[in-house]
Design a protein around this ligand. Sequence first.
Ligand SMILES: NC(=O)c1ccc[n+]([C@@H]2O[C@H](COP(=O)([O-])OP(=O)(O)OC[C@H]3O[C@@H](n4cnc5c(N)ncnc54)[C@H](OP(=O)(O)O)[C@@H]3O)[C@@H](O)[C@H]2O)c1
Length: 300
Amino acid sequence: MPGAVVLSGFGPPEVLRWAEVSLPEPADGQIRIKVKAAGVGPTDLAIRGGHLKAFPLGPDTVLGFEAAGTVDAVGPGVEGTAVGDEVAALLFGLGGYAQYALASIWTRKPAAVSWVDAAALPSSAEAAAGVLRQLDVKRGETLLLFGGGGSVGVIATQLAVAQGVKVLSAVGARDDALAARLGATPVRYGPGLLDEVRRSGDVQAVFDAAGKGVLADAVSLAGGPERVITLSDPAAADFGVMLSHPSPDRAPGALDEAMTMLAEGRLTMRERMTMPMAQAAQAHRLLESGEVHKRIILTL
Ligand SMILES: NC(=O)c1ccc[n+]([C@@H]2O[C@H](COP(=O)([O-])OP(=O)(O)OC[C@H]3O[C@@H](n4cnc5c(N)ncnc54)[C@H](OP(=O)(O)O)[C@@H]3O)[C@@H](O)[C@H]2O)c1
């Protein structure tokens, strides 16, 4: 039987355990991937910790919104992909921390892109492109981006700058240089942010890719909640702000576009490191403690 990192309950990283699971069968429109690498994201940590209460826990729940690997089986109705193809996938149904994962949204992995980079791309690229589309940012507008040094923020910065949008990137000190290198104007998140942003001019839209209690400032700076979107702040409804969720229609085609940019050397991603998949619990521990300021990609 194949193996996977199973979520045995909500709690500390130790609830993640390597276990034997049944081989998943692809349903209509799905492919099965023999996984080479899978991304660990902050939402995985939130689910594991029991902070996303609505999340249902099944007997074989496996975390991981993104993975890269080789197509191993193809379900009914799937066209344009065959067994043996190298792909990166966005896993709306989770399941990335496993030897085999099922996917219904994927893109080809060009030879120029490593397995690790391919696995780091899908969730952040889809979220970045999706929220920029939902905000409908236009050339010449100013976008304030919270979390500009994070995985989503780094990609969102580049997509927005390429569209001719002026990006004010709210980052900590260690990400100032990165934000500037990507074409944004860094501003420091924290108590002085409101004044610093007001001094630099009007803001038309705010993308909260941090989720750390910034919505009052965001709404104030944007002059209302209409063009403020957060990816993860649970207080969104209190501010009348949209909480944007992953969905197949949020940014169709975004994964293909981002993968092409990556293969052509036109996309920078947040720094990454790898760990063997069986050490998923340790990966969660390192991220939670703040000891590691990089993405962690689990490898097989
Ligand atoms: N809904 C969706 O579709 C979706 C998809 C992907 C991700 N997410 C969520 O979106 C969020 C970002 O994901 P990610 O992968 O980009 O996370 P990440 O790589 O950990 O980045 C988060 C960034 O936020 C920064 N930050 C922390 N506090 C801040 C503050 N008060 N103001 C501004 N920035 C602050 C962090 O900077 P420091 O390093 O200085 O702390 C870090 O650079 C997470 O909450 C994740 O769960 C949601």
